[in-house]
Design a protein around this ligand. Sequence first.
Ligand SMILES: *[C@@H]1O[C@H](CO)[C@@H](O)[C@H](O)[C@H]1NC(C)=O
Ligand SMILES: *[C@@H]1O[C@H](CO)[C@@H](O)[C@H](O)[C@H]1NC(C)=O
Ligand SMILES: *[C@@H]1O[C@H](CO)[C@@H](O)[C@H](O)[C@H]1NC(C)=O
Ligand SMILES: *[C@@H]1O[C@H](CO)[C@@H](O)[C@H](O)[C@H]1NC(C)=O
Ligand SMILES: *[C@@H]1O[C@H](CO)[C@@H](O)[C@H](O)[C@H]1NC(C)=O
Length: 531
Amino acid sequence: MGFMLFLLTLGILFNSARAHVAFERGIKSCTNIKPSHVPGAEIISIESEEKHNFTVFASSPFLLQDISNLSVCEVNVTLTRTNAVDKVLLQIWLPLNNWNGRFMAVGGSGWAAGLGDLSLAPVVAQGFAAASTNAGLSGDPVNPGLWALKDNGKVNWDLLTNFGSRSVHDLAIVGKATTAKYYGVAAKYSYWNGCSTGGRQGLVAAQKYPNDFDGILAGSPAINWVEYVVAEHWPQVVMNEARAFPSPCELDGVVQSAVAACDELDGVKDNVVTNLAQCKFDPFKAVGSKVQCDGKDVTITQSVASIVSKIWDGPKTTTGAHLWYGLPVGALMDYLANSTFVNGTRVGNPFFVSDTWIRYFLEANPNFDSSSVNSAELSVLFSESSRRYAEAIDSACPDLSGLRKSDGKLLVWHGEADPIIFPQGTIKYRQNVERALGGAAKVDNFFRLFLAPGVDHCGQGLTPGAIPSDPLGALVSWVEKGIAPDMLTAETSPNAPAHFTRKICRYPLVSKYRGYGDPTSLASYNCVEGY
Ligand SMILES: *[C@@H]1O[C@H](CO)[C@@H](O)[C@H](O)[C@H]1NC(C)=O
Ligand SMILES: *[C@@H]1O[C@H](CO)[C@@H](O)[C@H](O)[C@H]1NC(C)=O
Ligand SMILES: *[C@@H]1O[C@H](CO)[C@@H](O)[C@H](O)[C@H]1NC(C)=O
Ligand SMILES: *[C@@H]1O[C@H](CO)[C@@H](O)[C@H](O)[C@H]1NC(C)=O
Ligand SMILES: *[C@@H]1O[C@H](CO)[C@@H](O)[C@H](O)[C@H]1NC(C)=O
């Protein structure tokens, strides 16, 4: 033990000594940085520039506060894949001061493979050298219209493949090589960090490029893309077939009744359904109750309850077979079951990801009206989506033996009130990995899942659950000190109606109140097998 510690200390001294020497010799220059060869790609240009004391301004929902006092060497690498028509921009930010010796690739959101400045700033502020790629796409997270189809009207497979997986590997190669060139020493540890699409990309790295990162943090991952994205359209189909478009506020009225009824199944009244498995609330029980919408009392009708019931149940074929999961109880309805007024009447307002997936990739027709889709048609779209695109973008291969072999660590977390990406899909993935790799205990050595009750998509704080405070810190301790996380500490958002902290336990354990002590403090909870 003493000897190991000694070696470890020596290693650190040695490394910092080297970094120091590199600096003194002036190798740390922000010009003339050439990353090494990128397999299967050709570098078109490299531009770099020192930027001092600048600010990246907040842009909701991706960056919630301004980040100032940034000083970096910015390197832009533009490359093209061999045999592909694309032009990919990779942005690498190398802190001029206080580099922490680590590299981090950061992921994208929605239809963007990377968010550039918005995702680089917060991690560079923590001392990481960081990199982001646009994968050759437009960078617009909301609309893939500028790149999804080629001029001949066919799906752009070059760019879909970039988005699906290969840009993740290029980012690791270019980002790590650029970091090493600049500092004169390789990063000691490399990380992936992303949520949503960024979470999906992290899992792509775990599945396909297991040697790229020492640690992968994947939040609310958009895996099972070919299934869940079509399933996101189900609430629109339900409303369409009911010929009724209640306001999201009315639908959320039923959700509130369910939350109230199931709140204390875990023994704690906190406005959060923590014991989701035991929550069997019948939405028809909410009929006749009142909810405030636009300052008016609205009575929940049979029709509204029926719509919520089907949304929770999830998409089905015309013969009643389940296609995918429904929204979990507690998730807000306004994303997937949204509607809007046109000439004084409410009409469906499909969610942008499912709407554009259907229009561009399944129909190859930007003018297709997805709001007309019925359940029979949705079943067909569901199987077409799998048949044509699973290979390119499903990102749910359970064989993580490569990651296990490379000694990489994967930390996945998902909010259990996610209104966009069904957390049940992430649980299913973890179970598939257990099945593929010989059981839960073996998987826990390198892949841990954390489910956060009452938390929305990527922890924006719109629902009242406690959001993991520092999952990255937990991953870093796991990778660098071998401390495998059994729980994540979590805290409610500053906007939450009530403040509390909580333990988020490693799946499949749950956080249970001890029965004494302050129920708003995480110290009063234990990770146990059931409530
Ligand atoms: C890198 O690309 C970004 C995004 O296009 C641009 O704003 C920035 O000025 C570029 N930096 C350099 C050094 O060329
Ligand atoms: C950094 O920029 C801020 C304004 O954004 C300015 O107030 C501050 O003086 C600058 N610091 C240095 C060291 O230039
Ligand atoms: C700004 O960054 C520099 C260099 O990293 C640091 O020395 C300084 O303390 C920072 N200033 C503020 C106000 O955070
Ligand atoms: C729901 O639709 C309205 C009207 O188009 C829009 O303003 C709102 O942003 C949508 N809500 C969500 C969560 O997308
Ligand atoms: C709304 O009403 C106007 C005037 O009657 C009509 O011209 C327009 O087409 C209508 N819009 C839609 C989307 O139905």
